[in-house]
Design a binder for this molecule. Structure first.
Ligand code: GRG
Length: 290
C-alpha cells in the first residue's frame, strides 16, 4: 500500500469511529446546546494528522482498535481545544479555522471558552479510562500542561523582545512539537510503561519542528482560502517565525534539510523503519499546502 492510501485508510478509521468513542464519555451527559458547541470544532474536520500518527503507532504496537481510538481521540480533542482557545479574541483573534467560522463566532466567546475546557478535560477522561496506569496520564500532562503546550503558547504571545533562535525553538517545540510527538509516544507507553521511547519521542519532536517551519512558510506564501484560516497574520502580528528569523529562502532550505534528516534517522528506529506511513510522513509535511 502506498503512503496516500494508508493516510486515507487511517483517517477513515478515525473518522468512522471517533463518535462511538465519544459516546462512551461524559460528553453524552452535557447540555445538548453545549455538546453541539464542543463537537462543532471537532466535527468540522482538519488534516487529523495527530490521530492518524497515533493510530499508525498503535498498530505497530499491536494495540486493540478500541484502545488506539481512545488515545487518538484524546489527542484530537486536546488539539481542538488548543485551536478553539488560540482563536479567541484575547489570543490570536481569528474568525476562520478549518475553513469554517471559529467556535466563538458561532457560539459566542463564553461558550467557546467552555467548549475548549470540556475538550481538554475530555482528553484526560479518555486516557485515564484506559487504565494504562499513572504514567500515561502523567506523561500527557507534562506535554500539554504548564511545562508543555500551554507554556509554548505563553512564550509565543510574549515573544516581543525575545528574538533569539533558542527562544523560538523552545516556543515551537512546546507549542507544536510536544503534541505531535506525544501522538507517537502514547501508544508506546500504553503498551509498555517501562519502554525507552526517547528516540521515538525525539523523532516526533523533529516532525513537530518541520511541521512548524512549513506552517510559517505557508502563512507567508498562501492565501486564506488555501489555508482555511487567515493567512499572513504572523507578519502582521510580528510573530517570531522561522520566516521572520531566517528569511523565506533559508526557511525553505531548513525544511528540506530537516525532512531528509528525519528520513535518514527513521532507518535506525525499529518501530517505524518498515512503516510506509512514517517513511513518507516528513515529505508529506514538507509538501503540504494547508
Ligand atoms: C491555547 C493552550 C493553547 C495553545 C494553542 C494550537 C496552538 C497552541 C496554536 C495555534 C497556532 C499555530 C499555527 C500553531 C502551529 C501548529 C499548529 C498547531 C497548527 C494547526 O494544526 P493543524 O494544521 O490543524 O494540524 P488541523 O486543522 O489540520 O488539525
Amino acid at each position: 500500500m502506498d503512503f496516500q492510501s494508508r493516510l486515507v485508510q487511517l483517517k477513515k478509521t478515525w473518522e468512522d469511529n471517533y463518535q462511538a468513542t465519544l459516546d462512551k464519555s461524559s460528553l453524552c451527559q452535557a447540555h445538548p446546546r453545549f455538546r453541539e458547541a464542543a463537537l462543532y470544532s471537532l466535527n468540522v474536520g482538519g488534516k487529523r494528522l495527530r490521530p492518524v500518527m497515533c493510530l499508525e503507532m498503535a498498530e505497530k504496537k499491536s494495540l486493540a482498535t478500541e484502545d488506539a481510538m481512545a488515545l487518538a481521540t484524546a489527542i484530537e480533542c486536546l488539539h481542538t481545544y488548543s485551536l478553539i482557545h488560540d482563536d479567541l479574541p484575547a489570543m490570536d483573534n481569528d474568525d476562520f479555522r478549518r475553513g469554517q467560522p471559529t467556535n466563538h463566532k458561532v457560539f459566542g466567546e463564553a461558550t467557546a471558552i467552555l467548549a475548549g475546557d470540556a475538550l481538554l478535560t475530555l482528553s484526560f477522561e479518555l486516557i485515564s479510562a484506559l487504565g494504562g496506569g499513572d504514567h500515561l496520564v502523567h506523561y500527557f500532562s507534562q506535554k500539554v500542561g504548564a511545562a508543555g503546550l500551554i507554556s509554548g503558547q505563553f512564550m509565543d504571545i510574549q515573544s516581543a523582545g525575545n528574538e533569539t533562535a533558542e527562544y523560538m525553538t523552545e516556543t515551537h517545540c512546546k507549542k507544536t512539537g510536544y503534541l505531535l510527538s506525544a501522538s507517537m509516544v502514547l501508544p508506546y507507553i500504553y503498551k509498555n510503561s517501562k519502554a525507552d521511547y526517547s528516540q521515538i519521542e525525539q523523532w516526533g519532536m523533529d516532525i513537530g519542528v518541520l511541521f512548524q517551519i512549513v506552517d510559517d512558510i505557508l502563512d507567508y506564501t498562501s492565501t486564506s482560502q488555501e489555508l482555511g484560516k487567515t493567512a499572513g497574520k504572523d507578519e502582521l502580528q510580528e510573530k517570531l517565525t522561522y520566516v521572520r528569523f531566517h528569511g523565506i529562502d533559508k526557511a525553505k532550505e531548513l525544511a528540506v534539510n530537516l525532512a531528509n534528516e528525519l528520513s535518514e534517522k527513521r532507518q535506525s528506529l525499529a518501530e517505524i523503519r518498515d512503516s510506509i506511513f512514517f517513511t513518507e510522513l516528513p515529505f508529506y509535511i514538507l509538501n503540504r499546502k494547508a
